[in-house]
Design a protein around this ligand. Sequence first.
Ligand code: ADP
Length: 144
Amino acid sequence: MEKTLILLKPDCVQKNLIGRVIARFEEAGFIIRACKMIQLTDDVLREHYAHIAEFPFYPDVETFMKETPVVALVLEADGIIDKMREMLGVTDCLEAAEGTIRAEWGSKEEGKNKMCNIAHASDSAETAEVEVKRFFSEDELFSY
Ligand code: ADP
């Protein structure tokens, strides 16, 4: 079984979509191993988004990601990394395939369509391992 780290971003929180997005995960058969609401800080964001930190749009991402608390989850299922990335759709909500979470609920507004895209999901098993540890301690992960 594979794990992935999810962050339900401030646009998801502001649009009151937390429940509907989590319902999609449950309907897909993904098991919730951990779940909590947290306020992100500049330090954790610079670590989490190190791969985009040099891009000119990064300061806007940092501001956006601190607008409200986010909901962090660890989900588990066979092949969940690929299944989740498919369920989310590509980064740009205007280009995300029909039926994906980002196409359905992400921002279609010019300038926001690539940033306000509802959720983060780990992009590989290696990244997931690091990201799960970034946001959760061992005793916050549950097997049941
Ligand atoms: P993804 O979240 O789809 O894996 P990336 O890891 O490339 O995408 O980027 C991390 C996050 O940074 C994106 O989800 C999005 O919120 C933001 N982002 C990426 N590219 C842009 C861009 N060109 N303009 C604004 N925000 C962006």
